[in-house]
Ligand binder design. Structure first.
Ligand SMILES: *[C@@H]1O[C@H](CO)[C@@H](O)[C@H](O)[C@H]1NC(C)=O
Ligand SMILES: *[C@@H]1O[C@H](CO)[C@@H](O)[C@H](O)[C@H]1NC(C)=O
Ligand SMILES: *[C@@H]1O[C@H](CO)[C@@H](O)[C@H](O)[C@H]1NC(C)=O
Ligand SMILES: *[C@@H]1O[C@H](CO)[C@@H](O)[C@H](O)[C@H]1NC(C)=O
Ligand SMILES: *[C@@H]1O[C@H](CO)[C@@H](O)[C@H](O)[C@H]1NC(C)=O
Ligand SMILES: *[C@@H]1O[C@H](CO)[C@@H](O)[C@H](O)[C@H]1NC(C)=O
Ligand SMILES: *[C@@H]1O[C@H](CO)[C@@H](O)[C@H](O)[C@H]1NC(C)=O
Length: 378
């Protein structure tokens, strides 16, 4: 796979030696010397230029400030010798067929538009070297992986990675101020995008479902819409997400439930007093720090470890009259903390995960959701 980090092979012809090049292109070939003397701007938008840019052409334009070859049919790589255009402020290679590399040494660059090419691989953290960048358009390419977490471009005002379908993970904090429309058609999540809720209408129609396991993902918001109409459900595992709101009394509608794991989320309020689940054998609401009040009578038979890291009291826990003990969170070992951190995919949307973790996490979620849909939707 070609990427911004790979050298792309050049074929030997740009506009002058392509026998199929249009007349305008042939004219350009005739006056190479004039081309090299250019000081200010070279703009050749939509001239049907074809083929690869040969080494020794662009790199000699050392005085050039603007290079626009947008909307042509140039292929091969971002000109490998583009590093010679040391005065370049603006580069528009949008709408070509480029794959390749080579512009991170151009410290004066202010505008880079590589949209609508066939660039693949990761978005390089080396873009951070272009400290003057105000515009960076990478939309409509084949970039994949995650955005570099450490992309620091203090002057960046316009950024676009829309329609790079394989790009996922969290939007890095440094780009959270960009509009959501800068990230269309990607699998990115986190501000300014939604943290990743289960889409409405995904769960509610699966009326024959007996097991619903979406544990350790990045699912946020309230409990999945339609969950309580799945009357045959026996096992529900939503642990390790970032679900919020109350633990609904509607769980009582799932009369066949034997397992209900809601641990490691952001549920709050109290547990419903009237939760009636006659078959329930496994229950867990641990590590929902905002959950408090008394353990309801119907759950007092559960072990204390079902209620770790909450402010609940009574039942297997200390009686409610006493002040509740401090959250076990504080006394957890470092390794356990780290494991928790890694396991909780939602962290990625807070950008506290490393990019590799974020990516595998997101991929896992999407694979699972896809498999889940395949199995249950048809
Ligand atoms: C471009 O510069 C290289 C050296 O960097 C030189 O060898 C070459 O002749 C130059 N090309 C032209 C057309 O001037
Ligand atoms: C580059 O060219 C494209 C396509 O013609 C245009 O829409 C875009 O605004 C240009 N980018 C910049 C940064 O000027
Ligand atoms: C940014 O992160 C990448 C890995 O994602 C690393 O290779 C690079 O050295 C980092 N750059 C800086 C400036 O920290
Ligand atoms: C990003 O580019 C897409 C087209 O590729 C466009 O629809 C969207 O409005 C652009 N967003 C921004 C913030 O420029
Ligand atoms: C679920 O069922 C409703 C009608 O009850 C329908 O409108 C909707 O399209 C269905 N969703 C899916 C994903 O099939
Ligand atoms: C629970 O959190 C939600 C926000 O997620 C908030 O609106 C609600 O008031 C909270 N409820 C309680 C009982 O704290
Ligand atoms: C509940 O889940 C926590 C981890 O979130 C685990 O430490 C605990 O042992 C579990 N307890 C039960 C009863 O499943």
């Amino acid at each position: 796979m070609a990427s911004l980090g790979d050298a792309a092979p050049f074929c030997c012809c740009w506009w002058w030696c392509s026998s199929r090049a249009v007349a305008a292109a042939a004219d350009m070939a005739g006056d190479r010397a004039a081309l090299l003397a250019l000081r200010d701007a070279l703009r050749l938008p939509g001239k049907s230029l074809r083929g690869a840019v040969p080494v020794g052409t662009v790199g000699n334009l050392t005085a050039l400030r603007t290079l626009s070859l947008r909307t042509n049919a140039i292929s091969g790589g971002i000109p490998a010798d583009i590093g010679g255009c040391v005065q370049l402020r603006s580069l528009n290679l949008s709408g070509n067929r480029l794959a390749g590399r080579g512009l991170f040494s151009l410290a004066l660059l202010e505008k880079v538009d590589l949209s609508g090419n066939r660039l693949t691989g990761g978005v390089s953290p080396e873009f951070s070297r272009l400290a003057s960048l105000t515009t960076l358009n990478l939309d409509r390419n084949g970039f994949d992986g995650t955005l570099p977490g450490n992309l620091t471009l203090p002057k960046l005002a316009r950024f676009n990675v829309s329609y790079n379908g394989q790009l996922g993970g969290a939007v890095p904090a440094s780009l959270a101020g960009m509009p959501a429309s800068a990230f269309l058609g990607t699998s990115l999540c986190g501000a300014p995008l939604a943290p990743g809720a289960v889409p409405v209408g995904t769960v509610g129609n699966l009326t024959a479902l007996r097991t619903l396991s979406l544990r350790t993902n990045a699912i946020s918001g309230r409990l999945p819409e339609g969950l309580f109409s799945l009357a045959l459900l026996e096992k529900v595992d939503l642990s390790g997400n970032r679900l919020t709101g109350g633990v609904s009394p509607e769980f009582s509608r799932l009369a066949s439930l034997t397992t209900l794991n809601l641990d490691r989320n952001g549920f709050n309020g109290t547990l419903p007093g009237n939760l009636m689940l006659p078959k329930l054998a496994q229950f867990n609401v641990s590590y929902n720090g905002q959950l408090g009040g008394a353990v309801p009578a119907s759950l007092t038979g559960m072990p204390a470890s079902a209620f770790l890291g909450t402010a609940l009291c009574g039942g297997p826990l200390a009686p409610c009259a006493n002040p509740s003990p401090p959250s076990p969170g504080g006394s957890k070992g470092v390794r356990e903390e780290e494991e928790d951190r890694r396991e909780r995919c939602h962290e990625k949307c807070n950008c506290r995960m490393r990019p590799e973790e974020t990516q595998s996490c997101r991929a896992k979620f999407q694979n699972r959701l896809a498999a889940f849909n395949r199995h249950h939707m048809n």
